[in-house]
Design a protein around this ligand. Structure first.
Ligand code: HEM
Length: 497
């Protein structure tokens, strides 16, 4: 009898209750998904793998084309990862300004986590109180106009770049390479205070590490979308990652140790570079409080944080500035009328009997416009990568939590519906915007004013402006496809230096 009642109970559960529960949960799920707004439109993917076949096309140009076909907001997915591409000013404003609090995290993959010491840096950290303090510290202590050392690093390196060009007058100069070395030297000097011959060996080594890092940070790893592929490591990235991190560890650890030693032996009375400034906040637990110009910074940095920030400065400040210098020079050589107007302005404001001084910059209106216009046409970071901390709605569509958001500044800056702050969009907008903007603009203006005032520039071997290749290379940054080569000749009446 007992068995019989247990049997009938089991039959009841198995054949009646379970199906009813299943039906109910399906109905509830169906109702929830029906009441939810749809995902943004986008190309149909295959079951499970989604849009994997588009992995090689997640760059600013292909995504701009996709935006034209599907609208200003497009949804893609690879494996479980949702991706949203934004190509119009209005929707970008929703993401970067109206819902800034939701969209201020960064998407990362396994390689990025490993290379940034578990997101101990600033660029890849998620938004929160620690990042806020770190950004405040960097803006106030490293990139502020009041931190004279960063600004004087720019001036000193401009002098040395002019000297380099002077030695090459009359011959072809690789402007792209010149701009990269210049920008690297400024950042190296401001960050590490190294400016002697010993630093040159370090620089070459460091440049090679940066290049490898840049490739690894930008590499799309299949295992990030399909974690079950992790054990196979289909692209063989693991060995490269371990090697790259070991190189950077050795390099930056030595620099940090040298700085600590220098500080201990001089009792702190030394010229301060960025590493010295960061070391003032070094400590594994207690927060250091520093008030600077009325701004209180309350943060304690670990060795990994310091290493991460140094990497950020190197990545954030070198390639962006270098590629803009090269693009401005290329745009001017491509448009001789504009080059002539810039030269006329320089003649009028400064004259040919002296070099540019910092106080002249405010009067070089046309040059400033050319720089802004170049940043609009060739934003050095063509896709801003953000992530949303929770599910939300944008433009009438559902954006699933933790989607990879790609804001296409390249497409937006070229769009007919202007973005209200078009001048600054190439530096991002909102909580994650570029903290080094002021320093970057100063570096661009001072360097270009000197290059264009001290020298006349011409295309080599009778090349015509219409022969120039004005294409960019899609990637994390958008440098020129072909390096700019031009021939300088002196313009000033007296000696250049
Ligand atoms: C032409 C010059 C520059 C341009 C166009 C530029 C552009 C940008 C852009 C677009 C972002 C991302 C914004 C976003 O995601 O919304 C960014 C972030 C950043 N930039 Fe710059 N940048 C420049 C120069 C510099 C310089 C000189 C430095 C430092 C010395 C720097 C340091 C950084 C850092 C640390 C971040 C990360 C901020 C964060 O994630 O919270 N940048 N920059």
């Amino acid at each position: 009898m007992e068995w019989n009642s247990l049997d009938s109970m089991a039959i009841l559960v198995f054949f009646v209750l379970l199906p009813v529960m299943f039906l109910l949960s399906t109905l509830v799920h169906f109702k929830v998904s029906c009441s939810k707004l749809p995902y943004p439109p986008g190309p149909k993917g295959f079951p499970l793998i989604g849009n994997t076949s588009m992995m090689g096309h997640l760059n600013h140009k292909s995504l701009a084309e996709l935006g034209k076909r599907y609208g200003g907001i497009v949804h893609l997915h690879i494996g479980k990862l949702h991706m949203v591409s934004v190509t119009t000013p209005e929707i970008a404003r929703q993401v970067l300004q109206v819902q800034d609090n939701i969209f201020s995290d960064r998407p990362v993959n396994g390689a990025i986590k490993y290379l940034t010491y578990g997101r101990s840096d600033m660029v890849f950290a998620n938004y929160g109180p620690f990042l806020r303090q770190m950004r405040k510290l960097c803006v106030v202590k490293l990139f502020s106009r009041k931190r004279e050392e960063s600004w004087s690093a720019v001036r000193e390196e401009v002098d040395s770049t002019i000297e380099t060009v002077l030695r090459q007058t009359g011959s072809s100069v690789n402007v792209g390479q010149l701009a990269f070395i210049h920008s690297m030297n400024v950042t190296f000097r401001a960050a590490f205070g190294l400016s002697d011959a010993k630093a040159d060996g370090n620089k070459d080594y460091f440049i090679s590490i940066l290049q490898e890092y840049s490739e690894l940070l930008g590499a799309l790893n299949l295992a990030d979308f399909f974690p079950w592929l992790n054990w196979i490591d289909p692209q063989g990235l693991s060995t490269r990652l371990v090697k790259a991190r070991k190189s950077i560890d050795g390099f930056i650890d030595t620099i940090i140790d040298d700085h600590i030693e220098k500080h201990n032996s001089n009792g702190g009375a030394v010229d301060k570079d960025m590493v010295d400034e960061l070391l003032a906040f070094y400590g594994e637990d207690d927060k250091k409080n520093v008030v600077h110009d009325g701004v209180k910074v309350s943060v304690s940095l670990s060795r990994d944080n310091i290493k991460g920030i140094i990497m950020d400065v190197m990545f954030g400040g070198v390639e962006t500035v270098a590629s803009t210098i090269e693009w401005v020079m290329a745009q001017l050589l491509h448009s001789p009328d504009d080059l002539r107007k810039v030269e006329e302005e320089l003649n009028e404001v400064i004259g040919l009997n002296r070099r540019v001084q910092e106080t002249d910059l405010n009067n070089l209106t046309y040059l400033k416009c050319c720089i802004k216009e170049t940043l609009r046409l060739h934003p050095p970071v063509p896709l801003l990568l953000h992530e949303n901390s929770q599910e939300t709605e944008v433009a009438g569509y559902t954006i699933p939590s933790r989607s990879r958001i790609m804001i296409n500044t390249y497409a937006i800056c070229r769009s007919k519906d202007a973005w209200a702050d078009a001048d600054t969009l190439p530096f991002g907008s909102g909580r994650r915007s570029c903290p080094g903007m002021q320093l970057g603009i100063y570096e661009l203006e001072l360097t270009l004013a000197h290059l264009l005032h001290c020298f006349s520039w011409n295309l080599p071997n009778g090349m015509e402006p219409s022969d120039m290749n004005m294409n960019d290379m899609p990637g994390l940054t958008a440098p020129r496809e072909v390096r700019l080569v031009a021939v300088p000749s002196t313009r000033l009446n007296g000696p250049v230096l």
